[in-house]
Design a protein around this ligand. Sequence first.
Ligand code: OSB
Ligand code: MG
Length: 368
Amino acid sequence: MRVESAVLRHVEMPLKFRFRTSFGETTVKKFLLLELRGEGLSGWGECVAEEGPFYSPETLSTAAPMLTTYLLPLVLGKDVASPPAFDDQARRVRGNRMAKATVECALRDLFARAAGVPLGKALGGTRDAIDVGVSLGISPTVPETVENVRKHVAQGYRRIKLKIEPGCDAERLAAVREAFSDITLTVDANAAYTLADADALRALDAFRLDYMEQPLHHEDLVAHAALARTLKTPICLDESIRSEADAKAAIQLGACKVINVKIGRVGGHGEAVRIHDAAREAGFPVWCGGMLEAGVGRAHNVALASLPGFSKPGDTSSSSRYFEEDIVEPALEATDGRMPVPAGPGTGVTVRQDVLARFTTAITELRA
Ligand code: OSB
Ligand code: MG
C-alpha cells in the first residue's frame, strides 16, 4: 500500500456531561484525527492523548510533533507492506504509544478497507455485537451518584463503573448497592490510592464489585500484588499495562486478575491483540476501555472488542451519551447494553465531512 498523503486535524467536541476523575475534569473532548490516503481510499485513526499529562505522560502537544516529525515520515510516500511493518519501523521510537497507535489504527483501517474486510474480522474478532458498560465520573453528591446510576441502568448498560478517589468511595458505593443489589458494579481509582489506604480499599469488598480498576500507582505492579493478597475484590489494571510484557509481568506477579485493554495506551491493535492473547492463555478476562472517543476511535474499540477474550462489558458506550452529534455514520449505539460491530470494510464507519469540518480547529496536510 502506497501512502500518498496524510491529513492531521485538531478537533474539539463539547461533551454532554462533565467527566470528573481522580486526576481531572473534562468538558470538551479535544483530539487529533489522522487520515491516511492511499489507493483512492482513506484510513482513519483517532489519537487518545488528552490535553494534560494526568492520565498518561502523552498529551496533544507531545503527540502532534511526534506524529509529524518521527512517525508519519515512516509511511508518507512509502510502500507500507502491512500495519505490523510500520510497528517494526516505529519500534526505534521509545514510548509515545498513543501517537504510534494513531498511525497504526489508520493503517489497519486503510488495509482492511483495501481488502474489503471488516477490521474486527481482520484482527481475529468473532462477535457481531459486543456487551457494553458505562464509566461514570465522580458526582458532587451521593444522591446524584445514585441518580446517575439509575439513568444508565435504565438505558440497559451491562456494567456500571464508578470513578472513585479517597473520600469519594464507600459512602457512594453503599448507596448505589442499596438501590441496585443485582447490577454488575466496578470502580476505577485512576491510581489515586496508596498502600497506606489499604483499609479503605478493603472496605470496598463489602460491595460485591466485579473488580477494582487501577487503585495504586501506575508504575507499581509489586504494590498491586501486595494489595491483591489482602483483598477479596479482584484487581483490574489499566494505566499499569502499556505492553504485552507489562501484562505478562502483572499476571506472573499476581498484580491483577483482569486487564482493561486500550488501543492507544498500548500502541495499537497489534499490541492490544498480543495482550488479549497472553491474558486468554492465562485464563484472564480482558475488556475494552475507552478514552471518551469520538466515532473513529470508538469504531476501532468496537472492532477490537469483537475478539473472543473480551469477555466482560467494555467502556464503549453509545456515542449519543457523549456527543450531540458524532463525526461518523452509522452512529455507534447500544441497545440493551449490546452494540453491533459494524459489518462494512475497515472500521465500517464513514466520516461525515460536514460535521467534522464544524468541529475542526486546525488542519495540517502532509506529503512525502
Ligand atoms: O481510566 O478508564 C479510564 C476516560 C479518560 C481517561 C481514562 C479513563 C476514562 C474512562 C472513560 O473511564 C471511558 C469512556 O467512557 O470512554
Ligand atoms: Mg481506567
